[in-house]
Design a protein around this ligand. Sequence first.
Ligand code: COA
Length: 359
Amino acid sequence: MARQNAVITGWGFYAPSRVMTNFDLEKIVDTSDQWITERTGIKERHIAAEGETTSTMAARAARVALERARLRPADVDLIIVGTCSPDYLFPATACLVQTAIGAERAGSFDVEAACTSFVSALAIANGMIVSGAIRNALVIGAETLSRFLDWTDRGTCVLFGDGAGAVVVEGSSASVGIESTVLHSDGSKGDLLWVQGGGVKHPASKDSLAKGLHFLKMDGSATFKLAVKSMADAAEEALAAAGLKLDDIALLIPHQANIRIIEAVGKRLRFPAEKVFVNVQRYGNTSAASIPIALCEAEAAGRLRRGDKVLLVAFGGGFTWGAAVLEWWGSHLEHGQRSILDRAARALEDVVDRVRPVG
Ligand code: COA
């Protein structure tokens, strides 16, 4: 099979309709709109309704992304859901999405790298497409962290929100697409941001419930400092791997955890604030969903144009961090004939590969 690049050809997101503002939180815990706004930049977040789960939100985002890519569910090769708040320990949330959208041929699995899960999933999809193992993938970041929050802990419950974002990644002979991905981790700091209960170390029990082990716990200031350094380092590494400089980047889409982290990363990189996409004020930290939701909103706001170099950078529990550089292509709807011909050419290549005698 000829060398192909992995290109984002569809994107979509879903946020639950219930919006919880800082003023709503004032009624629940000892906090204030002023404190939350000044320390985090967050004004409101979306919270999943009863019955809504990570898989139902992921499936909604996936359908929008597939529609935009003009790809039928039956033609999806692989579904990867990045999440640390899956519907179940198993089956994987990706399998639930596979059935919900009718992607009857697709392989499915979840990736868990907390808030870095989407970038991790994108890196896997990119590798598999470039290697020729698959033709396309649905890459989703989806979270329902509201169900893991201790709603009496003002240090964490004000920070997070629910939602899902999805992209379709397809192989293309066009010389655009994902140009580099880098991933890192430091498991020695796992206890600075974690949910201890529910796994095999602390299975759900009366004791684990009494100790609140099923809640997300975080050392906020330690997480803050490491997030800034790690995200800036990963951004520089991904740029170098792509053979680019910061000046080449049209838009930086960082993980949306906290406006102060985003600003500090921009400052450390000496990157202009006007080229950084921010929507944390309306979603809070949606963990794995934050980058794909931001990507969708950036596109809708006209901030992603064909040929733009885009830098995605993430940090999360684990600790995990990573970045990706890509050249924005846009959707088949915009590029019509060319991408349809591209698909036809690849289908033909597949047939030729199959009939070519071995040896
Ligand atoms: N409302 C009001 N006061 C609050 C509060 C809230 N929601 N949450 C914490 N406080 C209080 C603390 O209890 C503390 O009070 P004390 O001095 O009387 O003990 C005070 O505010 C300062 O707490 P501190 O933790 O030092 O504040 P901070 O400036 O570090 O901000 C975070 C706290 C959580 C906003 C900040 O550390 C942060 O954003 N960390 C990174 C979190 C993150 O993004 N994690 C995910 C990464 S993927």
